[in-house]
Every structure is written in C-alpha cells, then in structure tokens.
Design a protein around this ligand. Structure first.
Ligand code: GDP
Length: 296
C-alpha cells in the first residue's frame, strides 16, 4: 500500500519523542532529521521537504509545545496539520457549470490511466444523479476509442465518437452539440496522450481548450512514477493551466512522493485518486484523511 514505508518511518521518528517527558530543542531537531530522511526516501520533492521540515520545526519549538504537558503529542499534531496543508488542506471539488453542460477535459500521458479515469469519473457522477456523456477524442492510439466504448457500456454511460479520421477539436465541438440535444449535463472529453510530452500534443490540447472552453481540465498522472509525475504536472499546468489532478494507481506500492509534492510544486489540488483498476475505484481526495493514514 502506498505510504507504507513512509508511515512506518514517520511513526518511528515521532514515537521516540513520546518516550520523553519533556522535549528539548535538540530532541525536536533529531526527530526532524529523521522526518526529513523519511520524506526524501518516499520521493517527496527536495524543496518541499526542506520547507515542510522547517515549518514543523519552527512551530514545534514554540512556547506552547515545549511548555505543554504532552509535547510529543503536540509535535505529532503539528506534523499532521502540516501534512494536510501540504496536500491542499481541504478536499477540492469539481466546479459544475451553473449553465450545463459542465465540460470536463481529461488530459495526461499515455498509460497514466486517462481513459479508465474518464469512465470512472462518469460513473461517480452518474451515481450522484448526473447524466454524463463520454467523448472519444484520442484518435491516435488504435484501441482508445474502443476502450472508451467498452468502459461506457459497462457503466451504461453513452459514448460519443466519430472514428479516427476527424480532427479532435471538431469531435469535441460535435460532442457538445450532441450532448446538449440529449440532455447530458456533464461532458467528459478523453483526449490523446503520448509517451512523452511533446509540442504537437500540447498544441492539440491547447486547441481543444480554446475551442470548447472547459469548466474543468483534469490532469491524470500515475503515482507510481513519483517525481516524474510532478514534472509532468508542472509541464501540463504551464501550458494548460489545469484545474486539478487525478492521481492514479495509489493502490500500488508507490512511495507517495507524488501525492505529497504535486500541490506544493504546482499549486493545483489533487481532486481524485485512483485506487484500483475497477471502474468504481475512484475516490475524492481528502488531504486530512490521507495525513492521518500516514501518521497511523
Ligand atoms: P491511458 O493511456 O492514460 O488512457 O491509460 P488507461 O486508462 O488505458 O490505463 C492504463 C492502465 O492503468 C490500465 O491497465 C488501467 O487498468 C490501469 N489503471 C488505471 N487507473 C488505475 C488505478 O487507479 N489503479 C490501478 N492499479 N491501475 C489503474
């Protein structure tokens, strides 16, 4: 499970504090050095770790903590609060348009889980009473259209496609017209991915963005790729100014660095997390619950 290694190490470092009645500045220093190492080993961005540790340290050697009857508990509380802050503080929801349909554009690199997540998100919204339409705009990967159709039929969500001979911008525009006529209140556009970020892909995504003016651009990144996921997020965000991130494969043995770095590095929230291959395994991301899970 993600964060397993980090959780063990952080808990170990903080448990040592619990065995001391009163804390000295040196005790906090030693613990923070261990916290720092644990975060770096979990592949959290170096700058993020430095800032995190210095914030926790500063707060921990404050009057209230050192003078309190349970200083170790206070330090743990601070670590919990700062982990929560690092991941965005509170959950970040989808902004629905007051004038439906709400248009959601999914983007990301090939293999990140974009098509699966487009379907999962449709399923989640359908359960909440929405009437989504999935749109197949990935015309390059041979099986992508078929894959979205299979996902749609499993979830009983309609899929709009025009084959692979049309320009994705035209497909997206036609899909929105179609959706409006059919009363779809959410339109989820699955765009093309590539193995690496390239100009052509970005240009295509920028064109779609310009033409359809989405309410939400969600970037799908693979948690297993660690700091690469953070770099991908930085790059996509720079070009597209995304609204949020979906972090997939958090059910795997990712070390957790992406989850803890993306918000701080890009200033964009993680909105959902993928917790498995099954189509109902997409969850709203709750920073506070994730922090509590890390601290046990
Ligand atoms: P795309 O190329 O970005 O559209 O990626 P796909 O949607 O085809 O997904 C790539 C692979 O990742 C597939 O085998 C998915 O089943 C798998 N996948 C997607 N999301 C998750 C997740 O949250 N957990 C796990 N374990 N696998 C996932």
């Amino acid at each position: 499970m993600v964060f397993e290694g980090l959780a063990k190490k952080l808990q170990g470092a903080l448990d040592k504090l619990k065995s001391k009645g009163k804390l000295s500045e040196k005790d906090v220093d030693v613990a923070m050095r261990e916290v720092k190492l644990a975060l770096l080993e979990a592949d959290v961005n170096f700058r993020v770790v430095k800032k995190f540790v210095s914030t926790v340290k500063e707060r921990s050697i404050g009057q209230e903590v050192m003078g309190s009857l349970t200083p170790a508990q206070q330090v743990i509380k601070i670590v919990n609060e700062e982990l929560t802050n690092l991941m965005g503080g509170t959950e970040s929801k989808i902004e629905f348009s007051s004038n439906p349909p709400t248009i959601i554009m999914m983007c990301g690199l090939q293999g990140a889980g974009k098509t699966t997540t487009a379907g999962k998100l449709g399923g989640l919204l359908k359960k909440k009473g929405k009437f989504p339409l999935l749109v197949a705009c990935d015309i390059y990967r041979p099986a992508a259209i078929k894959q979205l159709e299979v996902v749609g039929s499993k979830l009983e969500i309609p899929v709009f496609s025009m084959g692979d001979k049309q320009n994705p911008v035209n497909i997206a525009k036609a899909a929105i017209e179609h959706g409006k006529k059919n009363g779809n209140d959410v339109i989820i556009i699955d765009t093309a991915g590539r193995l690496h970020i390239d100009e052509e892909l970005m240009e295509e995504l920028e064109n779609i963005k310009q033409e359809v003016n989405p309410n939400e651009i969600l970037l799908v990144v693979d948690a297993m790729t660690g700091q690469d996921a953070v770099t991908v997020a930085e790059n996509f965000n720079e070009k597209l100014n995304v609204n949020g991130v979906v972090l997939t494969k958090l059910d795997g043995d990712a070390r957790g660095g992406a989850a803890l770095s993306i918000r701080a590095v890009t200033d964009k929230p993680i909105k959902f997390v993928g917790m498995g291959e099954k189509l109902d395994q997409l969850e709203t991301f709750h920073p506070d619950r994730m922090a509590s899970r890390i601290l046990g």
